[in-house]
Design a protein around this ligand. Structure first.
Ligand code: PMP
Ligand code: GLN
Length: 379
């Protein structure tokens, strides 16, 4: 793991603290989740939910996840045997890759990709094969031919993140159909990272890959409470998949963490059952914040790409006279008192992302406004 060093999120958040900069780097909200759900966690602790919960997760949460999948997507997952609660989506991804891959197997992921993918694949001694997403008419997408060409006899799985961090793309049915056809033709397993499933804008709806024909049986569907309920520190995620796949993932998970924290699970079950109106308000509030940050960044001289989901806006820094996002983000605290994330670190082909920088808008309006005021001094 020597090559992996410190994650960009840790590096940039530490830089923000050290320099007293506004942190639009690491994606975490600066306001709390629904109050009644937070209370449920406190109540759960007071009521004694303080010992190991069952390995697959607290039954009440598995039931709530099952109801939620059914109500939102028409997908039916049995709480007994098809749902596993994990320590965030991060553990779910790692356990899935470790469970599914033999050393030397290949896993396709779309670059720029979330940083834990490469690390999880390395832990499995498998190989990440990156298919590049590029902006077409202001939206990051992939070339179906490049995707097809990336499949080899060693390809075991494809990791699909939609809504996509860090580009903000929400895959369309057409894009998902290309992926699904390939999975069926080449007998691949899809591991889907859907942690931003509820955070989509402009009426765009998230479509789970598992809802496409023939996909439920070959998809390991992953999500988490962190983004949906603004509780990124609760680290409560889950896997939904057919019994054989869940059993494989659970076998690995047992020896990573055995089980996940108990009180959060009780509270997240409550959230999934009673706080979806709160989530709808979060989503429309985030859309306004996206617009606010986009407008400010454009006024500051960045070329801004419009995301349809997530917490993040991508910018092209070349109109400001900069060419290297890593260099710029390391100097940004001193130049403007703001921290952002260099998108190039999420690529295998770093040069393809050199001129992109990611800014997070999951922050209070006054924080966004102050960051924009500071960034206007850049040009
Ligand atoms: N996948 C993506 C795309 C993410 O942005 C994140 C960060 N929240 C995660 C997975 C990890 O989620 P969790 O905090 O639930 O482990
Ligand atoms: N998901 C968050 C982001 O992309 C950060 C998570 C982390 O710090 N690993 O900003």
């Amino acid at each position: 793991m020597r090559d992996f060093g410190t994650t960009i999120f840790a590096e940039m958040s530490a830089l923000a603290v050290q320099t007293g900069s506004i942190n639009l780097g690491q994606g975490f909200p600066d306001t709390d989740g629904p109050a009644a759900m937070l209370d449920r966690a406190v109540q759960a602790i007071e009521a004694g939910a303080n010992q190991y919960p069952p390995g697959p997760g607290v039954l009440e949460l598995r039931q709530a996840i099952s109801e939620h999948r059914q109500a939102h997507y028409g997908l039916s997952y049995d709480p007994a045997g098809e749902i596993l609660v994990t320590v965030g989506a991060t553990e779910a991804i790692a356990a899935s890759v470790l469970a599914l891959c033999e050393p030397g197997d290949e896993v396709i992921a779309f670059e720029p990709y979330y940083d834990s993918y490469a690390a999880s694949i390395a832990l499995a001694q498998a190989r990440l094969v990156a298919v590049t997403m590029r902006p077409v008419a202001g939206r990051f997408t992939f070339d179906p031919e490049e995707l097809r060409a990336a499949v080899t006899p060693r390809t075991r799985a494809i990791l699909v993140n939609s809504p996509h961090n860090p580009t903000g793309t929400v895959f369309t049915r057409e894009e998902l159909t290309v992926i699904a056809e390939l999975c069926r033709e080449r007998d691949l397993i899809a591991v889907t990272d859907e942690v931003y499933e509820h955070l989509t804008f402009d009426g765009v709806e998230h479509i789970p890959l598992a809802t496409l024909p023939g996909m439920r049986e070959r998809t390991v569907m992953i999500s988490s409470a962190g983004k949906t309920f603004s509780v990124t520190g609760w680290k409560t995620g889950w896997v939904c998949a057919p019994p054989a796949l869940v059993t494989a993932v659970q076998t690995v998970k047992q020896f990573l963490t055995f089980t996940a924290g108990a009180p959060w699970q009780v509270a997240v079950a409550y959230g999934l059952r009673h706080e979806l109106e709160w989530v709808a308000a979060l989503r429309s509030g985030l859309q306004d914040k996206r617009d606010r940050l986009m407008e400010g960044l454009s006024a500051a001289g960045f070329e801004v790409l419009r995301p349809s989901g997530t917490y993040f806006v991508q910018t092209d820094i070349r109109p400001l006279g900069f060419t290297d996002g890593l260099e710029l983000t390391r100097r940004l605290p001193e130049l403007a008192g703001v921290v952002a994330i260099p998108t190039q670190v999420f690529y295998d082909h770093a040069e393809r992302g050199r001129h992109f920088v990611r800014f997070a808008f999951c922050k209070k309006d006054e924080v966004i406004d102050e960051a924009v005021t500071r960034l206007k001094h850049l040009s």
